[in-house]
Design a binder for this molecule. Sequence first.
Ligand SMILES: C[S@@+](CC[C@H](N)C(=O)[O-])C[C@H]1O[C@@H](n2cnc3c(N)ncnc32)[C@H](O)[C@@H]1O
Length: 393
Amino acid sequence: MPHITVKPFDTSLLVAGKCSEATEILFVAQDNFSSDELLGIKHDQEEFLLHLKKNSQSWLLKYDKVTRPLNVNLVKEAIGDVSKSLGLDVLQSNITIHPTKATISSRYEKTIEDFVDIQFPFSTVAIEVGFGSGKHLLHQAQKNPETLFIGIEIHTPSAAQVLKQIELLGLQNVWVVNYDARLLLEMIPSNICSQIFVHFPVPWDKKPQRRVISTAFLQESMRVLDVNGRLELRTDSPKYFWYSVETFLGEHVAKTNVEIRKNEALEVTSKYEARWLRQEKDIYDVYVTAIEKSDERVLSFDFSFGEISYKKEILDKISYKPKLFEGFFMHFERLFKIGENAILLKLAFGSFDRPEHKYIYIDKSKAYYFNSNPVKTLTNHKTHLKILEYLDV
Ligand SMILES: C[S@@+](CC[C@H](N)C(=O)[O-])C[C@H]1O[C@@H](n2cnc3c(N)ncnc32)[C@H](O)[C@@H]1O
């Protein structure tokens, strides 16, 4: 990911204002517990953070994981502009822009915010969760030009690569969303999908809370699927297979049929599948079919901060221990000061198996999530109300 290593410099040079025609520093935020700083950047209408990490010999100016845009070139350009405008002494850099390598076809890239009022231009919709290299997603899209395929992938380089493939293949019926599928699914309207593919999800044997399959994911999938629509899990992991079967047969989702297959041959073999086949491993399929219509989802949650503004008392109140509630949590991870009258809070919150990671900007007159609101889910909204209560000092 883009970064430069620079010689230590006088940080009083870091001030809000324009660095170039395209790049503006919105604020400079100082970590309360280390010498790290975050720069709020506006570049080509996108807002994100850059992270300045100070080691003893050299400093690192790099992207921030929570706020990074999908188009990595924006981060590279912003780092370049900041470095140039401050006259930094660059020791090492990987921000060269390769125009042939990294251009992204934004027409097919959708953000989570787009889904608030998105129109689906096809009558049939299918979803693939964690498409990796995209082999199955692209194959399906080519074979079914009348179906819209929504590919959701958390790994940014894979999402960018597949966007390039879509462009090269001239496909009109694929959208790519670079996000956590467990959260994005909650933004999809009810009863619109015919298939949801989850092929070879990471088993996360040691961190089960990171698994894609959970009761909540199953419930969301069944809501999104139309009657007779199918969730299709394919895995090589016997442990994940049994865990999923137990989840699917659990008492929380009544409106389903579950089918199990072993070593079913599909028309297309993904990179992962090819590896397991070479090792002669068994491959398991579990199909869960929706058998009833679901209610429409509610998306009218408000994530604004009302009267909340910066007061010194907030600094005394913030505790960095996770706070657990019934079905959700709130964990303030870091606090950054922006001068004397504003702060940036980094936090994780929401449901345990689908946490959100966000920043909250607070100054004397306003507070908001930087650089976008949380996903509009009931759990996130419940947590947001707790955050409001907590910050109201
Ligand atoms: C083992 S790979 C399988 C890729 C592909 N389905 C295949 O069969 O080759 C799992 C993929 O799921 C993605 N992934 C993991 N958790 C995810 C999540 N919560 N939301 C979206 N994608 C996720 C990973 O980035 C990775 O690309």
